[in-house]
Design a protein around this ligand. Structure first.
Ligand code: NAD
Length: 494
């Protein structure tokens, strides 16, 4: 049966009447839902409700707020199977991968359960005679959270948890390709005791996003998606004086040094390159093989990748599911064609392996002898395609990576501490793994790339999120002696 997905405003599903769009199951190509698309009037109404709800929420005691997060954590943990099924159905990823996504989102919920600690300000007494100062962290108001298709639950949790914990209300605009997971989260927040109107979901596309980010009552915008859209959102919303963090795309390299454990490196390359069919912003996309090990490490990766089972994400034993849609599939196949034409060696060909007939599948692909200037190197592919670039030495590897316009994640595999240390000092990338292929920071740290992978100066979730979603206010206090004269026209000093 085709499900109808409306919006979630003021604690309930709410339809709009300005168009709908089909949602596909990428493993079959079947339409599984029709999602409503909000227009500017609908957005305006929802923001009014969120603004009203925020007035009460900001005054709710921290202990009460905290309990919502403890209950939400319990719901996410005890009902993760049902959410994992929804994620897998609308996004295509495997059920174990969907569980991994939920577990990483849960870290943010657990971190925010300690909101009383994260919202503590600072104080100093007797900064001048009889004067004490305190710095308060206050919420901003209504915050917009715009999310991509590849993490239908985790990325909304990255944003909404700290925004809500800090006393804001949120409007989430999920990817129109995966709207059901966020609707599940909306229901879970409500069951966890969050008051109506604090967590709202508005479905839609570009027009909906523009109505949202340009609205005067949206005080901050968190965005995760592709670089061109991140850049555009950042410039539009910051021009309106809003606080913006816009995380973009990636092209992540993994350096394999000659002294590395090549079996461990090959295992890591296959997991990080082909997991989620390469549709992770922290997926490894390029192996930088240093020195003479190139031939061996490429062979080891190919040997492992050949064995991966491609199929529907909800089927037992499947390693990688489909890509999100037919357009993505064509884009990825075009990159493989162009790699071949531009001189790459196709070691493993995802165009030719046996794949399910229905749905949007691409097999794992390994291309050796890739160089900068080839389309497969210069662009984010966002599919199961791993390139190998051969370099002579460590310095060449670092120079190659530092010349990329993307700078989300990077990894190095080595047994040498000095090399690893130099790498972490010199590499111009936001998240670095030393023998760790996907260095996504745990929820107690914050996540963010450099260069074209992040527009704005604040990373997402963790302590930086409490900075992003609050304004600091400094209060200076004196309780004067009523008998003392108070008139002094001089500038106040100590
Ligand atoms: P996308 O940029 O196409 O869409 C992201 C969101 O923006 C969606 O909600 C979409 O509806 C909306 N949108 C799309 N086009 C728009 C436009 N022109 N104006 C306004 N809004 C628009 O991204 P996607 O395809 O959903 O996700 C994949 C991309 O996200 C990849 O580039 C990936 O690297 C990136 N990503 C980055 C991170 C990170 O943390 N840096 C994490 C996950 C995904």
């Amino acid at each position: 049966m085709i499900q109808e997905i409306q919006h979630f405003v003021n604690g309930q599903n709410k339809p709009s009447h300005s168009g709908q769009q089909p949602v596909d199951n990428p493993a079959t190509g079947d339409v599984i839902a029709q999602v409503h698309l909000a227009d500017a009037d609908f957005v305006d109404e929802a923001i009014k409700i969120a603004k009203q709800a925020q007035k009460e929420w900001r005054n709710t005691g921290l202990g009460k707020r905290s309990q919502v997060f403890f209950r939400l954590a319990h719901i996410l943990r005890s009902e993760n199977d049902s959410l994992a099924e929804i994620i897998s159905e609308e996004n295509g990823k495997t059920i174990p991968d969907a569980h991994g996504e939920i577990a990483r989102g849960l870290e943010n919920v657990e971190f925010c359960a300690g909101l009383g600690h994260h919202l503590k300000g600072e104080a100093a007494q007797q900064v001048a005679t009889g004067i004490d100062v305190e710095q308060l962290k206050q919420p901003l108001g209504v915050v917009a959270c715009i999310t991509p298709f590849n993490f239908p639950a985790m990325v909304p949790l990255w944003m909404t948890t700290a925004a809500i914990a800090a006393g804001n209300s949120v409007i989430v605009k999920p990817s129109e390709q995966v709207p059901a997971s966020v609707m599940w989260l909306a229901d879970a927040f409500q069951r966890a005791g969050l008051p109506n109107g604090v967590f709202n979901v508005i479905n839609g596309k570009k027009d909906t996003v523009e109505a949202l980010i340009n609205h005067p009552d949206i005080k901050a915008v968190s965005f995760v998606g592709s670089t061109p859209v991140a850049k555009s959102i950042y410039s539009q919303a910051s021009a309106k004086g809003k606080r913006v963090q816009a995380l973009g795309g990636a092209k992540n390299h993994m350096v394999v040094m000659p002294d590395a454990d090549l079996d461990a490196a090959a295992d890591a390359a296959v997991s990080a390159g082909f997991g989620a069919a390469g549709q992770r912003c922290m997926a490894v996309s390029v192996i930088v093989a240093v020195g003479e090990i190139a031939e061996t490490v490429t062979a080891k990766i190919a040997e492992r990748a050949k064995k991966l089972r491609v199929g529907p994400g909800n089927k037992d034993g499947v390693d990688l599911g489909p890509v999100i849609n037919n357009e993505a599939k064509s884009r990825i196949l075009n990159y493989i064609d162009s790699a071949e034409k531009q001189g790459g060696t196709i070691v493993l060909d995802g165009r030719k392996c046996s794949l399910p007939e229905q749905g949007y599948f691409v097999g794992p692909t390994l291309v050796d002898n890739v160089t900068p200037g080839m389309d497969v190197y210069d662009n984010e592919i966002f599919g199961p395609v791993l390139s190998v670039v051969r370099v002579e030495n460590f310095d060449e590897a670092v120079a190659l990576i530092n010349s990329s316009s993307y700078a989300n994640g990077v990894a190095i595999f080595t047994r040498d501490g000095k090399t690893a240390r130099e790498f972490r000092m010199e590499i111009e990338v936001g998240m670095v793994g030393i023998n760790v292929p996907i260095p996504v920071p745990v929820g107690t740290f914050s996540f963010g790339g450099w260069k074209d992978s992040l527009f704005g100066d604040t990373h997402i979730y963790g302590a930086e999120a409490f900075h992003f979603y609050t304004r600091r206010k400094v209060v200076s206090t004196r309780w004067p002696d009523p008998d003392e004269s108070q008139i002094s026209l001089g500038f106040p000093t100590h």
